[in-house]
Design a protein. Structure first.
Length: 521
């Protein structure tokens, strides 16, 4: 290559570099870079096709005799499916054709006929960035044997520059598209959304947030989120590790509006990367109506539970009187009927007591009637209560105790009902001829009691909800109920300073475990 050619090549590379540095807008840059390349070597035409991550054409520039030619996606795909560009795409290596009429890789066109423009020479280069194929550059000269290795090196240098620019432009376009989608979802969301820094400074809010709080958007920006939700600093410290790990968290609090109106809200928080900055997204949901409905339901429930106690007491008294009047023990026909009636009234009594306890515990009333309790005796009493059910279903119960078991200072009736509830659930969900087990273990600090069934198991997504009131598993496979038994168990155990949880796999049964502190008194 002589000095003039070297100077021309360097000038071309400089101009290409300058054009690529001007903008990340592919439709503007591609035609200019291709035109510079075509003009420099005196080519008849050139094509620069941009590929996405799936190596499908997303954009292109086509220059023929100095004029930009329009194109369609299907035309670009056809170019890549066959001919020289397709070969380069598949082989990932450049191609230099001295005579297009003698190379099978060249897709012959009507104007390649010798009576028209005739044979040509061509160069086709894969355009790469970070080992990713981002495009195909092709130049065609009207004269055979025109292109040589110097031209190949020059176009490879151009392709190397173009590859980085195309890759950056694709990333920029992808980011812009994602940002547009996020903005549309953010602004149009019916839920109030607020974006803050980790320090709690509000960066932006949507129209729903402005409407819910009574502030203008301009009044919210740069203000502390604590102005709206006073618990947020404490909650951020509490949930920081979970949020940074990618989990979303939720809690209930009270929102403070501009007009002085405070209302209950459920707060959802997640960590989001917005424009390269790590932020927090807060979703606010007004739960005023839900709270009012809960209060109404609780008041109605409490009224019903209290009203049930009186007729139930009459039933129990009547059964006691009938026992005295009729020699039940001596009458084999009457005895089973009395046993059924007694068991049913006892179960109803436990249910009403548990429902009343739910109201008391939710109101924060302390447990006052604690006493030293023999855990072993309590376990066998609970088993005795559910034996009629397990016997009717031909279920077997095994007991695993870590003897000797130290006593607990608890409300023995309440904890006994917790254990009975868990055993009744286990029997309910275990099939006929199935097995149940109950166990007790302890260390220096805790006594742990567990109940295992051999039923269907609980789906993972339902396990975190089953201890809430009125929650039932919505499936034909599971027996129906009020959804209050496990809620009582949870409240009772927590009121004693303990913890309750479930371990379960679908198809492998469930194990309910609760743990009480030795010093619960």
């Amino acid at each position: 290559m002589n000095n003039d050619a070297t100077r021309s090549s360097l000038e071309l590379l400089f101009n290409v570099s300058r054009e690529l540095a001007r903008s990340l807008d592919l439709p503007a840059v591609l035609p200019r870079v291709l035109t510079l390349s075509v003009e420099n070597v005196g080519a008849e035409r050139g094509t620069l096709i941009v590929l996405d991550e799936n190596e499908k054409p997303v954009d292109a520039a086509i220059v023929v005799e100095g004029q930009l030619i329009s194109h369609t996606s299907s035309q670009l795909q056809a170019t890549l499916d066959q001919g020289l560009a397709g070969w380069v795409l598949r082989q990932r290596e450049p191609a230099l054709l001295q005579d297009t009429s003698k190379d099978e890789r060249w897709l012959r066109r009507a104007d390649d006929d010798r009576l028209r423009t005739g044979p040509k020479s061509a160069i086709c280069i894969p355009v790469k960035a970070s080992e990713r194929l981002v495009g195909i550059l092709t130049l065609v000269h009207s004269t055979p044997n025109f292109f040589n290795s110097d031209h190949l090196d020059l176009l490879q240098a151009i392709a190397d520059q173009a590859g980085i620019a195309i890759y950056n432009a694709l990333l920029y376009e992808s980011l812009q598209s994602a940002t547009r989608r996020y903005r549309e979802l953010f602004e149009d969301n019916i839920n109030p959304l607020i974006i803050t820094t980790w320090e709690g400074k509000i960066l932006e809010a949507n129209y729903a947030a402005a409407s819910a709080t009574g502030y203008d958007l301009s009044e919210l920006v740069n203000q502390p989120f604590e102005m709206l939700e006073p618990l947020s600093p404490k909650k951020l410290r509490e949930f920081a590790a979970e949020l940074r790990a990618g989990a979303d968290v939720s809690y209930e609090s009270e929102l403070h509006g501009k007009d002085g109106r405070n209302y209950p809200a459920e707060i959802f928080v997640l960590c989001a990367n917005i424009g390269g900055q790590e932020c927090l997204q807060w979703t606010l949901r007004d739960i005023t109506e839900r709270r009012e409905l809960d209060h109404l339901r609780e008041d109605l429930s409490a009224m019903i539970y209290h009203d049930l106690r009186s007729p139930l007491s009459n039933i129990i008294s009547s059964l006691d009187m009938l026992k005295m009047l009729i020699p039940v023990d001596g009458n084999a026909a009457i005895q089973p009927v009395f046993k059924i009636a007694e068991r049913s009234t006892e179960r109803m009594q436990r249910l009403i007591d548990s429902l009343l306890d739910i109201n008391r515990l939710e109101a924060g009333q302390p447990i006052t009637n604690k006493k030293e309790t023999d855990v072993r005796e309590m376990v066998f009493e609970a088993i005795e209560v559910i034996e009629p059910t397990t016997e009717s279903k031909k279920q077997k119960i095994s007991v695993v105790l870590q003897e000797p078991i130290p006593p607990l200072i608890v409300d023995s009736d309440m904890i006994r009902r917790v254990l009975i509830n868990l055993l009744e659930n286990a029997a309910k969900y275990t099939p006929v001829d199935g097995t149940l087990s109950v166990g007790v273990s302890h260390d220096k600090t805790w006594i742990t009691i567990w109940v295992q069934d051999s039923g269907l198991g609980i789906p993972l997504e339902d396990q975190q909800h089953i201890f809430k009131k009125f929650i039932r598993l919505h499936s034909e496979r599971f027996p129906k109920g009020l959804g209050l038994g496990l809620a009582f168990c949870s409240l009772a155990v927590q009121a004693h300073g303990g913890r309750i949880w479930v371990e379960s796999q679908e198809g492998k049964g469930s194990r309910f475990i609760f743990r009480l502190p030795m010093n619960s008194g």
